[in-house]
Design a protein around this ligand. Structure first.
Ligand SMILES: C[S@@+](CC[C@H](N)C(=O)[O-])C[C@H]1O[C@@H](n2cnc3c(N)ncnc32)[C@H](O)[C@@H]1O
Length: 287
């Protein structure tokens, strides 16, 4: 459903079951210029926005998530997203919970360790996968969202709430926060390169693990997202864990388009390791 350019997209875990994946607008109007890319300091938590915290149970693991009002934070009605203005970071989408479950099972099966790693969560919103990485001993975790307000009012308070209880000061993960569009944010991200990954010469710097959930719903944004991943992944052992839906009705994006773009270029190899609920989870390595 669309109201003044704002959309109800797919179901989020903040909504009580809304299994009708209604998204009825298909033409994509031109987007406004993106907001400037900035680093948001962890001290910049918004003091005026009401933030309440509640537990989320993930098959035995409890994380904390905040709840804020979209109207209070952004002055917008309670919509899932407003393309080019607000990209959905204030809601908790089910893919991010499914991604945490998948990462946890990868660690339990001995296929993944996050200890000492450089982790980047793209399109973080609440940031639960990145928070999980901090709790699992990542050396650095960088969180990115389109909207600085999301980081100030939700992501940073969520990181504080989860890490206050569980993290030891001497092995705390360094958490940093970056707002901006996928087409430009590489200029700010500390471990991104200026140019895209060169498979012959590799890259000496980058992130060991890139996490992202529910980020591939917009066809027009997929190319920039893919370009950013190539600028951020360390070569040759970098890995991306992504969670998404096969198809986001009405917007046309989804894992199918994203995978076919990757297959055409052949620079990244994809492995599907399954479904959690309606979410497909992929890991993706340098080819
Ligand atoms: C649907 S929300 C998902 C949020 C979170 N990962 C979750 O699953 O709960 C999409 C996320 O991608 C980010 N995003 C979408 N389009 C973007 C763009 N063009 N540039 C930067 N970030 C973008 C939004 O800020 C938001 O955090």
């Amino acid at each position: 459903m669309t109201t003044n350019g704002s959309f109800q997209l797919f179901s989020s875990s903040d909504d009580k079951p809304s299994l009708g994946l209604g998204f009825l607008e298909s033409s994509e109007p031109p987007l406004p210029p993106p907001p400037p890319s900035i680093e948001v300091l962890s001290s910049e938590v918004s003091p005026s926005v009401k933030y309440t915290v509640e537990p989320v149970n993930l098959d035995g693991l409890t994380l904390l998530k905040g709840r804020v009002s979209t109207k209070e934070v952004l002055g917008l009605p309670n919509s899932d997203l407003v393309p080019g203005i607000y990209e959905g970071g204030l809601k908790l989408w089910e893919g991010s919970l499914d991604l945490v479950k998948a990462l946890r099972s990868e660690i339990q099966n001995g296929h993944l360790s996050l200890k000492g790693k450089r982790v980047l969560e793209l399109g973080c919103g609440h940031g639960l996968p990145g928070i999980f990485a901090c709790l699992e001993g990542a050396a650095e975790t960088h969180f990115q969202d389109f909207n600085a307000e999301v980081l100030r009012c939700l992501t940073i308070p969520n990181v504080n709430a989860n890490l206050a209880e569980k993290s030891q000061p001497d092995n705390a993960s360094e958490a940093r926060f970056f707002a901006g569009d996928w087409g430009e944010i590489h200029q700010l991200l500390p471990h991104a390169h200026e140019s895209e990954m060169n498979s012959e010469h590799g890259q000496a710097t980058g992130y060991d693990v890139i996490l992202m959930a529910e980020t591939i719903y917009s066809i027009s944004a997929q190319r920039n997202l893919y370009g950013l991943i190539k600028k951020c992944m360390i070569h040759p052992h970098g890995v991306v864990y992504m969670a998404g839906k096969k198809h986001y009705f009405g917007v046309g994006g989804g894992t199918r388009q994203f995978l076919s773009m990757l297959e055409k270029e052949g620079k990244l190899i994809l492995c599907s390791f399954g479904h959690v609920n309606r979410t497909v989870i992929y890991s993706c390595h340098v080819g």
